[in-house]
Design a protein. Sequence first.
Length: 313
Amino acid sequence: MSVKVFIDGSSGTTGLRIADRLAQRPEIELLSISAEGRKDVNERAKVIDSADLAFLCLPDAASKEVMPLLRPDVKVLDTSTAFRTDAAWDYGFPELAGQKEKIKNSCRVAVPGCYASGFISIARPLVELGLAPADYPFSCTGISGYSGGGKKMIAEYESADRPAHSKLDAPKSYGLGLAHKHLPEMQKISGLAHTPMFVPVVCDYYCGMQVLVPLDLTLAGSTAEQVAEGIAAYYKDAATVKVHALNEALPENGLYSNAMAGTDRMELYMTVNAAGDQMMLVSVFDNLGKGSSGAAVQCMNLMLGLEETEGLE
């Protein structure tokens, strides 16, 4: 028996990746719509209502436009920022405590942002387990490949007219006004009293991401061993998250941001300084995998009662 799935916005980076994954799965029947129909919100709504599940891979405004037109029992996965902090929607990070069951029983799931996934994977268990207070002054740095910027940025980096030596050769920090679109979900889902300080950096490679969260153990009121043991226990049954041991030897004495490119998994590393009062916690994953389309497919599997990791790398 096939499951009918529609991808609204299948020409974008995330939509294309989801479509490629689902095209390989015989139990999935991908529904289509005409080019003209894609321009008509009512036609799109009709196709979504005929599906068992739909992905909205759209700008925020387009997602908000179509949602009121849908029947309440159609299962929807939205990949924009439109509903990630909406109490009527469930957050699509199954590895968080209690979240898998919510997703399984939900008709409205918001897929996390890529940078947010990395930060929340660290900050949420720290606060939830009492390893850091909710008012701890969290900060983080995120490093991503240029595919995270979508079609326009990909075209810029891959242009045949790009000079041999250009500004694109160097890492670029942005969001320096400290108002990145992922911040609301980073704060809410992590249970923080204050908005974290976050600096994203884009680099000249296609995909892969790492998010680095420093932790002052004195301010947090925990030891490195407590943090390491707590996070390891938190994710011990996680399907796609692996936690490395405290101060485990790093490959090549560091972490490349594209180490998990092409996968749908996430790996967490934890190091502590010699004095035992400072830690660095790092989440490494693919911004197009666990950071977007992989996470979306994982949630789809749960919502449809399928094997959680089916079709994932």
